[in-house]
Design a binder for this molecule. Structure first.
Ligand code: PEP
Ligand code: MG
Length: 311
């Protein structure tokens, strides 16, 4: 229940010196990795690779056509390795590409992007990856090469899944890229209501962790475009509907031995931290500038829960 205290005993003592709930960091720019690693975060809870890809100024398709697949894979390896190095042996969750078509359209080759009435409900995340396994495999191939180099701290994370079918297909693409999903830690983002409602079958698909993308989970649960200022006052990550999806997902995951995390912005809000720690979330991942405050807030909440439990 939401009143239970975090299970301090159940966690390996080596992973967390200060709080039972781990605190990780969100990263997009590999150059920020050293600074982030020095903060004492327990790992990278979200490494967005969009920045690495969009900064090539060409869509992946065009980049591969112009420079070859090896050059594209090398770019990804460089960026990811910088982060995996800085944090080793702490884990780094590499999220596969998740840019909407309107962002790709700005790039060379962007003319080929489909025109969508609502890109946020369209061709992005795992949908796009599964539709273009030829390009998806370059991302997975980069991670496979890094595994070969000994970076066993890398974990793959798939965005915008809706059900177990998405997860099984992503898993089989890992296998095609030469990655053994049974030997590596990998997981999904929970950012569609569908994925939260279908979490039981998603855990059965073999994931090791589920991470709440509350920016999207809020937008899709409340039908409030996260980029639309006209309805911005209705964007509430602490809405009871969002919290109910999160709480039930954590409970199902716990029953199936699947770790839970949050990597959306809401993870640095004190009210959300209190809610998540009480619900038994495994880790909270925040932006670099918020990590220290999140560490302190978690410590406060955990101490209060411990005190309440002995009273
Ligand atoms: C989220 O949706 O909460 C998330 C972390 O992913 P992004 O903001 O990159 O969509
Ligand atoms: Mg998202």
């Amino acid at each position: 229940s939401s009143e239970s205290t975090p299970d301090v005993e159940a966690r390996p003592s080596t992973t967390k010196p200060m709080t039972a709930t781990e605190v990780k960091v969100n990263l997009s720019i590999p150059d920020a990795a050293e600074r982030a690693a020095a903060l004492g975060a327990d790992g990278v809870g979200l490494l967005r690779i969009e920045h690495m890809v969009l900064s090539l100024d060409k869509t992946p398709e065009r980049y591969v056509a112009d420079h070859g697949a090896d050059a594209y894979v090398d770019e990804l390896i460089d960026g990811i390795r910088t982060v995996a190095d800085a944090f080793y042996p702490r884990s780094v969750r590499v999220r596969t590409l998740d840019a909407p078509t309107d962002e790709f359209r700005e790039l060379q080759g962007g003319d080929n992007e489909p025109h969508e009435h609502n890109p946020m409900l369209g061709y992005r995340g795992i949908r796009r990856s599964l539709d273009r396994p030829d390009l998806f495999r370059h991302e997975l191939g980069a991670v496979q090469r890094l595994y070969d180099m000994g970076y066993d701290n890398i974990e793959l994370m798939f965005p915008l899944v809706t059900d177990a079918a998405d997860v099984r297909r992503a898993r089989s693409e890992m296998v095609s890229a030469g990655i053994n999903p049974d030997k590596r830690s990998w997981g999904v983002m929970i950012e569609t209501p569908a994925s939260a409602l279908r979490i039981e079958e998603i855990t059965d698909a073999g994931v090791d962790f589920a991470s709440f993308g509350t920016n999207d989970l809020t937008q899709y649960t409340l039908a409030v475009d996260r980029n639309n200022e006209v309805v911005a006052d209705r964007f509430d990550e602490l809405h009871p509907a969002v919290l109910e999806l999160i709480e039930s997902t954590i409970e199902t995951c716990r029953n199936h031995g699947v770790e839970t995390s949050i990597c959306g912005q809401a993870g640095s809000k004190p009210d959300m931290i209190e809610f998540l720690v009480k619900a038994g979330v495994s880790s909270i991942s925040a932006n670099i500038d918020a990590v220290r405050d999140v560490q302190q807030e978690i410590k406060r909440v955990e101490q209060r829960l411990l005190l309440d439990s002995v009273r």
